[in-house]
Design a protein around this ligand. Structure first.
Ligand code: CP3
Length: 351
């Protein structure tokens, strides 16, 4: 492969014919890596690690240095833009995200600020530019955001939730309130994605992680229209940047995901890759699908499942990835097997 050609992941995501599926991992920077845990001991605040540009850059590069994946994702969080809209948060070890004043009333929604990324998120722009500069065409730089429904789930519940009872109470009692919040997030998230792309992100992923908690009828009311609004706004000015959509527990809404206008649908592991492909339009690509728990298995098991997924996605644009983020406690050697197998998959496909 010519070293001056565009990154493999970008070419694949755009639908060009490529030599093999590119490979990266959701949550590829993080707690399963010793270098990350050591850095976290020195900098215990998640907000500092993700908002200090030197630290965010260093952490983003850790998996690239260890495994040379085809994609380097910004080290940040889906909640990072919230303070720029007037919502304060923290991430507390073993508890997860905590929102200081959960949003439950109209006056709080009216008081939200429109996001101005240059002003409130300059560190994100700086990190993305530095990543582009460092990886050149060896990898694509990925940006990401949380989708409106998932962001709303955090800010209304105030923390990670099992049942989503508070936001569902809002959805079924005062839907117009929730719609105002979702609409505010959709505009601001689109602005944020454009800023990420202008700063160096070449492919972007929208995480609607908890949209799988909605019945399809409610997915059509509270999730899909706002995903689509983000996609439409971004595509208006940045039509050539591939967009990926991820939902956890998405098997019941796959066809709907394919209608949002995104270029690639990221599958979790509860659907067979071949069946997933058959439920999506031909021009929509696929990502993911490998059970993150597989990385607790043997090298042989990891290789077999990668080969299975690659075979089943043949004929589609395909990005090799896990069905959700890599889990804390995953042996680093197994992460290495995943990346290495992905990069040498052509050798294993000869029947
Ligand atoms: O993929 C990457 O390597 C980029 C980093 C990244 C993080 N969060 C870093 C992080 C990305 C893409 C995210 C997205 C994110 N954040 C999502 C969508 C993806 C998904 O998993 O569905 C969600 C739902 C969040 C919200 C959030 N932030 C959760 C649920 C947690 C975990 C809480 C916990 O302690 O387990 C976080 C914290 C967080 N974000 C961590 C990391 C590495 C772990 C905390 C730490 O390292 O100290």
């Amino acid at each position: 492969m010519m070293s001056d050609s565009l990154p493999l992941l970008l070419r694949a995501a755009r639908g060009e014919a490529v030599e093999r599926p590119p490979v990266w991992m959701m949550r590829q920077a993080g707690r399963y890596m010793k270098v990350y845990r050591d850095l976290r001991d020195r900098h215990p605040s998640f907000r500092e690690r993700s908002e200090n540009p030197d630290l965010s850059y260093e952490i983003s590069m850790q998996p690239f240095e260890a495994f040379k994946p085809d994609g380097v994702i910004l080290f940040s969080d889906i909640l990072t833009p919230l303070p720029g809209m007037g919502i304060n948060f923290d991430i507390v070890e073993s508890k997860g995200p905590i929102i200081q004043d959960p949003i439950r009333e109209l006056n709080q929604i009216k008081a939200l600020k429109d996001l101005n990324p240059t002003q409130s998120l300059p560190f994100v722009g700086e990190v993305l530019s530095r990543l582009r500069e460092s990886v050149g065409n060896q990898a694509a730089v990925l940006g990401f955001v949380g989708a409106p429904w998932t962001l709303a789930a955090y800010v209304v519940e105030g923390k990670s939730s099992k049942n989503y009872a508070v936001i569902k109470a809002m959805a079924y009692q005062e839907p117009q309130l929730l719609h105002q919040l979702l609409d505010h997030f959709a505009s601001s998230i689109a602005t944020y994605l454009k800023y990420q792309i202008d700063s160096g992100a070449q492919v972007v992923q929208m995480f609607d992680s908890w949209a799988g908690q909605l019945s399809p009828i409610d997915y059509d009311i509270f999730a899909a229209p706002y995903q689509k609004k983000v996609v439409d706004l971004v595509k208006e000015t940045h039509p050539d940047t591939p967009m990926i959509l991820y939902i956890s527990g998405s098997a019941g809404v796959l066809e709907r995901m394919g209608k949002t206008g995104v270029d690639i649908v990221s599958l979790d592991w509860t659907v067979d890759m071949a069946e997933g492909c058959s439920r999506l339009p031909k021009n929509v690509g696929v990502q993911g699908n490998v059970d993150p728990g597989l990385l607790f298995g043997s090298a042989k098991a990891i290789r077999e499942r990668i080969v299975d997924v690659v075979k089943k996605a043949k004929g589609r644009r395909h990005i090799l990835n896990l069905g959700h983020g890599i889990l804390p406690g995953t042996p680093e050697d197994n992460a290495k097997v995943f990346f290495e197998t992905g990069k040498n998959v052509n050798d294993l496909l000869i029947d």
